[in-house]
Ligand binder design. Structure first.
Ligand code: NAD
Length: 369
């Protein structure tokens, strides 16, 4: 049976980088027997122009049965102009919650070929191989009460609520411990428990889950401010970083500096497995819609292309194909082919499509012809 994949390119550079990700899927279908049905749908301003909704109801419903959803990016000036109710009803946050993809995996793997593209020293970055596990369905992005209110003195008050309950922390902690165990690694759990009650609970629950069921997996707790500093100072000390929704969001952009560009980072968001062991899955690059470079054909598509690699691994049971793609990307970068965000000083850069062409060429070469 073919894997059903819904593709939602979204806003800004989303369609540009997603086009290259789709070419990767097409390549694996044509050359490695991957059986996929791609269904291209609109999300965001394009969908709103068509249906008056950010995502059509029928597509929103089908997110639950798809084997994988490939998403580009959301947000930006045009999207922000849409009516608030429409943005909330079909926005990315609601999609993630609707699909119950609570575990967001963000691998950060240094590329020696890009040593000249990072602002960090080569010996600090070389060998970094960590994963940020971000809780994606709870925390301050969803907590109630929230809102803006006008006060009697004509000033305003903004309110958001950082809330987690024990089961939400338990399930993401288990996910992080399982991942660390499979990697033969360890977990750093990030919090702000010195100030926030929610994070006191976070630390308590993570400690208990670790002690009860994962005594073989080393666990450290780290305060978020120190974690941010340590990621830049000595990133190799980390293996699996477990963080809540907001801290995981921020720390993974920071980690983009290790690789050289935010445009390099892929992500997978997974639900709990059903009875058949199948997880709902949403794959997207870590970056946003990048309005500053959108429409120019210069965005780096590697984060989106490697998100397909995560789909090959987690949804399509094709770990070897995921490795093949990673090798093709490394060889492309090793050959000096760069988009402007990772270009060496004074070197020539390729377009988004040029990078896609180069990776596909390497894939074909590695595949024996
Ligand atoms: P951004 O991630 O869009 O861009 C940050 C910086 O990184 C920009 O300078 C951009 O040019 C650069 N960049 C990002 N992706 C790149 C790529 N593939 N190639 C080359 N350079 C790249 O973050 P932002 O500018 O803070 O936000 C823009 C919009 O995106 C906002 O509306 C925000 O809400 C939204 N956003 C969406 C997502 C998502 O869709 N998952 C994530 C983050 C931000």
């Amino acid at each position: 049976m073919a894997f059903e994949v819904i593709v939602l390119p979204g806003e800004g550079i989303g369609p540009e980088v997603t086009a290259e990700a789709v070419r990767v899927l097409d390549w694996f279908a044509a050359h490695r027997g991957l059986d996929v049905n791609l269904r291209l749908e609109s999300h965001g301003t394009a969908a709103h122009a068509k249906h008056g909704q950010v995502i059509a109801d029928s597509v929103f419903a089908d997110l639950l049965s798809a084997d994988a959803v490939l998403f580009g990016a959301t947000g930006g000036p045009a999207f922000d102009e849409l009516p608030e109710a429409a943005r909330k009803a079909g926005g990315l946050l609601r999609m993630r919650r609707h699909m119950e993809v609570f575990a967001n995996i963000r691998p950060i793997v240094a590329c020696p070929e890009l040593a000249d593209a990072t602002s960090l020293k080569a010996d600090v970055v070389d060998g970094v191989d960590m994963v940020i596990v971000r809780e994606l369905n709870g925390g301050i992005y969803f907590g109630e009460p929230r809102g803006l209110e006008r006060l009697d003195d004509e000033t305003e008050r903004g309110v958001n609520t950082l809330v987690y309950e024990t089961p939400e922390i338990e399930r993401i902690a288990r996910f992080a411990f399982e991942l660390a165990r499979a990697r033969g690694g360890h977990v750093h759990s990030v919090d702000k428990s010195n100030v926030l009650e929610t994070h006191k609970l976070w630390r308590k629950v993570v400690s208990r889950v670790g002690a009860e069921d994962y005594a073989d997996v080393p666990l450290s707790h780290i305060i978020v401010d120190n974690c941010a500093m340590q990621i830049i100072r000595e990133p190799k000390q980390f293996d699996v970083i477990l963080a809540d929704n907001m801290f995981g969001d921020i720390l993974s952009d920071l980690a983009g500096a290790i690789v050289g560009s935010l445009g390099m980072l892929p992500s997978a968001s997974l639900s709990a497995p059903d009875a058949a062991g199948r997880r709902r899955a949403l794959y997207e690059p870590v970056h946003g819609s990048a309005p500053d470079i959108a429409g120019r054909g210069i965005a780096n598509p590697i984060g989106a292309m490697l998100s397909v690699g995560l789909a090959l691994h987690h949804s399509f049971g094709r770990g070897d194909d995921a490795k093949l793609l990673a090798r093709a990307v490394r060889r492309t970068l090793g050959a000096g082919i760069r988009t402007p965000d990772i270009r060496a000083p004074n070197a020539k850069a390729v377009s988004t499509k040029g990078m896609g062409d180069a990776v596909l060429r390497e894939l074909t070469r590695l595949n024996g012809g």
